[in-house]
Design a protein around this ligand. Structure first.
Ligand code: G1P
Length: 320
């Protein structure tokens, strides 16, 4: 039976232009921009593998073939490292050669997330699959896709990963409409729909979809029915939810973890600091630097806008 299948396949859509990172993205795909010494997409692949995923489909554009190269073996480099006895470096380089797990699929036109997922899912048979968006890096004790696979085993329905976001950011995300208002503070709750990037006054909740999904394969036929509203316009994933919900349930799961918006320069900068603090070799240097600049910033905190609403929400919830 389809619902008893394990989730072994995952799609990472990574075909976008990366315009917010121009001029660098003229020549380097955004997904290869590093957090310390690893391309961000490598960290997402790690999350997938640590969650038990065995096959990853990267949906890329033909301009981004370097992404594919990153995951291929580089034999001359491996020989060079061996000849110099650089075993530790060799281990790191070889870890990226996961060609048995990673496949690349071209999305010839960037027609939006719904289209990208469909492009990847065409390579699957009737089996549930997961999705990680290239712009959403999440640091957590248990990989978020693993958290969601565990929930999937209980509900056997499609799940979107959400977190509470501040009002002023609602128009940046897909926002879910809880089926039952009373349940929306539960870790997992059924949804009655989702709206892509609503204005704050039209948003049905403050729960934003943040780049993690598990879908039953049945979503594919609803994705196939989606058409751009106007010629050349992007196809939103959430636009198929209304029809899909007539056939199956969709749940929202509030995952545990710190999410970085790698679609923005700010997100990259914050991730670099946090991953740096956790890196044994540079942790002390970064902490000392932060203390030094904190001392000088502290002299004039009036200019700072401390936006802690997301964390405060979490604390409030934990107190209940
Ligand atoms: C996409 C999705 C949106 C989601 C967001 C963050 O938007 O369409 O529903 O909330 O990613 O994961 P994008 O940021 O690509 O415009």
């Amino acid at each position: 039976m389809k619902n008893e299948q394990k989730i072994k396949k995952l799609i990472i859509p990574a075909a976008g232009w990366g315009t917010r990172f121009l001029p660098m993205t003229k020549i380097i795909p955004k997904e290869l921009v590093p957090i310390l010494n690893r391309p961000s997409i490598d960290l997402l692949v790690d999350e997938a593998i640590a969650s038990g995923i065995e096959e990853i489909i990267l949906v890329i554009s033909t301009r981004k073939q370097e992404i594919m190269k990153y995951f291929e073996p580089n034999i001359p480099l491996e020989k060079e490292l061996k000849s110099k006895n650089k075993w530790e470096l060799l281990k790191h380089v070889k870890k990226t050669n996961r060609e048995a797990v990673i496949r690349v699929v071209y999305q010839y036109e960037q027609l939006g997330l719904g289209h990208a997922i469909l492009t990847g899912a065409r390579f699957f048979k009737d089996e549930p699959f997961a999705v990680i968006l290239g712009d959403d890096l999440i640091k957590s004790d248990v990989p978020v896709i693993k958290q969601m696979i565990d929930e999937y085993q209980k509900v056997k329905s499609s799940i979107v990963g959400v977190q509470t976001v501040p009002y002023e950011k609602l128009n940046k995300y897909g926002i879910v409409k809880p089926k039952n208002e009373k349940e929306k503070e539960n870790t997992i709750f059924e949804i009655a729909g989702a709206i892509e990037k609503p204005s704050a006054n039209k948003a049905p909740s403050r729960k934003a979809i943040l780049g993690r999904y598990i879908f039953n394969y049945s979503i594919v036929k609803y994705l196939e029915k989606l058409e751009p509203k106007e010629e050349g316009e992007e196809i939103n994933l959430v636009d198929c939810f209304a029809d899909y919900l007539k056939e199956e349930k969709i749940y929202a799961y509030e995952f545990d973890g710190t999410r970085y918006d790698l679609g923005s320069i700010e997100g990259f900068a914050l991730a670099t600091i946090d991953y740096g603090i956790e890196n044994k070799e540079i942790s002390n240097a970064i902490k000392q630097h932060i203390l030094k600049i904190a001392a000088s910033i502290y002299q004039d905190t009036s200019e700072l806008n401390f936006d802690n609403s997301e964390n405060n929400d979490k604390k409030r919830k934990n107190k209940k």
